[in-house]
Ligand binder design. Sequence first.
Ligand SMILES: NC(=O)c1ccc[n+]([C@@H]2O[C@H](COP(=O)([O-])OP(=O)(O)OC[C@H]3O[C@@H](n4cnc5c(N)ncnc54)[C@H](OP(=O)(O)O)[C@@H]3O)[C@@H](O)[C@H]2O)c1
Length: 255
Amino acid sequence: MDGPILVTGGTGRLGRPLVTRLLADETPVRVMSRRPRPAGDDRPYEWAQADLGRDVGVDAAVRGAGTVVHCATGARDVELTRRLMRAVRAAGAEGEAPHVVLISIVGIDDVPFPYYRSKLASEGLVVSSGLPWTLLRATQFHDLIATLVTAQRRLPRVLAPRGFRFQPVAASEVAVRLAELAQAKPAGRVPDMGGPQVRPLRELAETVMRAGGWERRLVEPALPGRAARAVAAGALLTPADRAVGTLTFEQHLGV
Ligand SMILES: NC(=O)c1ccc[n+]([C@@H]2O[C@H](COP(=O)([O-])OP(=O)(O)OC[C@H]3O[C@@H](n4cnc5c(N)ncnc54)[C@H](OP(=O)(O)O)[C@@H]3O)[C@@H](O)[C@H]2O)c1
């Protein structure tokens, strides 16, 4: 279908490189953000100011889009997705149904963190929407892991729960894959995407400290509960053949 690709969350960690990639391919893009377009931003995309949390401006943002790549997120992820899908369905009822592309997270079925439950419910809304859809699950982005560790910088110790392992991936590499999916026909659930290495959180935390030039003692408590057990058992990792990202955590942080 014609019409620009609407990127919700086009200002976020993943949305930014996705928008850049789409523009590099000369694909018409519309960026959704809660904020007004920054002064002096003259990149060749449309800007749609909309708030999925308050349901303001969403219908106008969606109108005429041929594809909607949903990268916006918040603590109550499913509420944002519900409002978006309502608007996309309404737009589809007036003309050709837009293709909805959703980014989600590897392993969320097995890890009952509240955010992951909400994300799983978002997947359900897209899959059962009756609209054409594509769903890609990726592992944690390098920047997320780095942010979680750096947030503890002011504390006397850095927590790295015992047994926790991650397979971080560059958001820029996920963006490339997502752009390819957004430019193609709806594909349903596509194979998961993970970073090149599975690493204990302890090692990742040490790398973040080294890259930032600071040091704290690491503590590795054994966390109780099903979610923590699942993470320690590797629920958030991909099978080896889906470790398709190439940029390592160290390369990303430049150490
Ligand atoms: N981070 C990871 O490690 C990771 C891994 C796998 C999958 N994912 C998934 O990838 C997606 C993007 O994650 P991210 O890390 O790029 O997120 P992020 O950097 O936190 O960005 C969130 C985006 O959501 C937008 N947003 C938030 N609330 C909104 C609202 N009420 N209405 C409209 N837009 C709103 C923000 O735009 P404004 O502030 O401009 O309004 C921002 O662009 C999420 O679905 C996430 O679950 C993330």
